[in-house]
Design a protein around this ligand. Structure first.
Ligand SMILES: NC(=O)c1ccc[n+]([C@@H]2O[C@H](COP(=O)([O-])OP(=O)(O)OC[C@H]3O[C@@H](n4cnc5c(N)ncnc54)[C@H](O)[C@@H]3O)[C@@H](O)[C@H]2O)c1
Length: 654
């Protein structure tokens, strides 16, 4: 974002991982993030007559660091796996190694910015290393400037951050360094959102923010367990609670558990900090946030087993979604990994489909979480599929592990996905930095300028196989280099609106209160099956209308011809592309390609047509909605048994 917004600043991203750097040079970026190509390409490639490239990717770490004025440390801080603090403490070896290298190569003064999430007082450790190893006469100023972006909405979060925190020592040099960094952000972030404060507070604020976010998810998830046991519906409970302005509605969506590279490790880091400061009650409190998350996954898995008549032997299960959340290809700590590992142990055959996770990434994540023997079993039981239909073919159950929009059958008034807006660059070459206006250590300005260049529609694509996903890698180094240009910071965003609706499961205005009690409705009895079956012509027609546009371009009505076609098209030998093959290759029938082509001709990223899925699954058909994204009633009418998180279903009431 700095490169995009500050044409006069040269940004060089360096990483030890040469493959990653190579990928950053291509059209196939190493991470999937909506809107990223639109922000990256103008800065990396330049725009003829408008701007020169000012974003570079390199493996010459020392060279880039030596030239830089500002050095952003974006190295990993994973949980330690051995030794003191194992399983809780942050592994600071990458940070220390980076600090040593900076000290060794720096020949002039540097501002070193902690971007990584680190334990409180890490800046002190970095200072000690820099002071001990650095050349005499070279000064280092250390700032804490943690990253608050969320994967999936990273571009919007960077364009319009809620806040930018900059922590520094309250010395003259410290404040000056903070002002320099505030200058950079001030090009596009309103000054009131750039906040400077005590270094230790900023380090702590990042850990605290992640802990609070994770705690909120664990809180709603813990309540979902109570809902399942009592017959309450967690989505309704969450909706009702969220209306309280003191509570608010965000981050109150229950799920099979949080994932991602940060929440768990940061909460555990906080646990360890509390332990080391002899605060066992505090440590236990935050430990509970992680424990509830693990328990949530475990309960969901047990529910699957229970509903499938307590045996998964010879059963096929489709896993829809493998990323830890939608709009990212990142699988780190994804709940899907736990689900797959556990269901394989129950002797199930699994077929995984995710729109953005590469097949090699799936295998890598499973290999990393299993010993060799277990992984060999996994390879013989897991297939990675190219489409959701292929995954669902002949399945006994579908497990929704990621909340990708395409898996939802809701047709209206869903909470819209915030789509990052393409950046708008100012193409006039009259950029000028107005004189600094300092107020409590902040620098404020953002010149308004003329001509506007917009970019085309977002067309994201997944990264190459085998790479962990991350919005930022290694170090970003910046150094002042003059390219004529400008920076307007003008952009618009569309905000999602939410209508005042009562039906929280569909998000639709309630027109028909056709509610049945799960406690009394025979359709919830697995021995009797759902009360409405998909094969009723009349019912199917109506239901298909409700499900929405067919993936084959026939909106609405049930089309036996299409269903039959789909049936044939999806008949692929079950072992066509398992990892058993030394070089797993996807082999699909011509029909499947045909169906894919037809889908592609239709509107972008079609939603799954559940009525087609109903044609090809084994009876009874189960859907385990780990994200509560489906309209369960509609699926029940198609003949599915639906088990949602925090919902009273067959597996919920014990
Ligand atoms: N991923 C996120 O969404 C996110 C958000 C906020 C904060 N953070 C924090 O940012 C930090 C990095 O997270 P990430 O997800 O980008 O990690 P990552 O593991 O995906 O990327 C880190 C990169 O640093 C490189 N690296 C390690 N040591 C290096 C060195 N000495 N020189 C050059 N490159 C080096 C690695 O090769 C790797 O590519 C962590 O502290 C994390 O908590 C991440």
């Amino acid at each position: 974002m700095i490169a995009n917004k500050c044409l006069d600043i040269e940004v060089t991203v360096v990483d030890l991982d040469a493959d990653r750097i190579k990928a950053w040079h291509t059209g196939h970026l190493p991470i999937y993030e909506p809107g990223l190509p639109e922000v990256l390409h103008p800065a990396r490639d330049g725009l003829p007559g408008v701007r020169k490239p000012n974003l570079f990717f390199a493996t010459d770490i020392q060279g880039a660091v030596a030239k830089a004025d500002l050095i952003f440390l974006c190295v990993p801080t994973p949980t330690k796996l051995t030794g003191v603090g194992s399983g809780r403490a942050a592994d600071m070896s990458y940070v220390e190694a980076a600090a040593r290298m900076i000290a060794e190569v720096a020949k002039d003064d540097k501002i070193v910015v902690e971007k990584s999430t680190v334990p409180c007082r890490t800046a002190e450790d970095i200072r000690k290393v820099l002071a001990a190893v650095g050349r005499p006469g070279v000064n280092f100023d250390i700032l804490s400037n943690p990253e608050f972006l969320a994967e999936g909405t990273a571009i919007k979060d960077l364009l319009e951050p809620d806040r930018v925190l900059i922590g520094s020592l309250k010395t003259r040099r410290g404040l000056q360094a903070a002002a320099t960094l505030a200058d950079v952000y001030g090009r596009w972030v309103p000054h009131e959102r750039i906040i400077t404060m005590n270094l230790w507070s900023v380090e702590m604020a990042k850990l605290a923010a992640n802990a609070l976010l994770a705690q909120r998810i664990s809180s709603i998830n813990s309540l979902s367990a109570v809902c399942e046991a009592t017959g309450a519906d967690i989505d309704e409970v969450s909706y009702a609670c969220g209306l309280d302005s003191r509570i608010g509605s965000r981050m109150l969506k229950c799920s099979v558990g949080f994932g991602g590279s940060c929440y768990k490790k940061d909460v555990l880091s906080l646990v360890y900090i509390a332990e080391t400061h002899n605060l066992p009650e505090v440590a236990a409190y935050w430990r509970g946030v992680v424990d509830i998350n693990e328990d949530q996954k475990e309960r969901f898995i047990k529910r699957i087993v229970k509903c499938l008549f307590s045996t998964l032997t010879n059963k096929k299960v489709a896993i829809l979604g493998y990323a830890y959340k939608k709009d990212t290809g990142d699988t780190r700590e994804s709940a899907a990994i736990s689900i797959v590992n556990r269901l394989v142990r129950e002797n199930a055959e699994l077929r995984i489909y995710d729109p953005k996770v590469e097949e090699t990434q799936v295998w890598q994540s499973l290999e990393e979480t299993n010993d060799k023997t277990a992984f060999d079993v996994i390879k013989s039981r897991v297939t990675v599929c190219r489409t959701s239909y292929e995954a669902c073919k002949d399945a006994d159950a579908v497990v929704i592990a990621t909340e990708w929009d395409e898996f939802s059958n809701k047709t209206s008034n869903r909470t819209p996905t915030p789509t990052p807006q393409p950046p708008i660059l100012d193409s006039s070459n009259n950029f000028q930095i107005p004189p600094r206006k300092r107020s409590a250590g902040l620098v404020i300005r953002n010149p308004d300028t003329g001509n506007v260049v917009t970019f085309d529609k977002i067309s994201p694509h997944a990264g190459p196989p085998g790479k962990p996903q991350s919005p930022f890698n290694g170090f970003s180094t910046t150094s002042q280099k003059l390219y004529e240009g400008s920076d307007s910071g003008n952009y618009t965003t569309s905000r999602s609106s939410r209508s005042s609706i009562v039906d929280t499961s569909t998000g639709s205005p309630v027109t028909n209160t056709n509610l049945t009690s799960p406690l009394t409705d025979a359709s919830h009895d697995p021995m009797h099956g759902p009360s409405v079956t998909y094969c009723s012509d009349e019912g199917a027609t109506t239901l298909s209308d409700e499900v929405g546009t067919s993936t084959l371009g026939s909106p609405g009505a049930y089309r036996p011809d299409i269903a039959n076609f789909a049936k044939q098209a999806i008949s692929i030998p079950s072992n066509t592309h398992t990892a058993k093959q030394s070089n797993p290759k996807i082999t699909v029938s011509g029909e499947l390609d045909k169906i894919e082509k037809l889908k592609k001709q239709g509107e972008a990223r079609e939603k799954m047509d559940w009525s087609l899925v109903a044609q090809v699954m084994r009876r009874p058909m189960f859907v385990f909605d780990g994200r509560n994204i489906v309209d369960a009633e509609k699926l029940r009418q198609l003949g599915f048994w639906v088990e949602g998180i925090g919902k009273p279903g067959v597996g919920g009431l014990t």
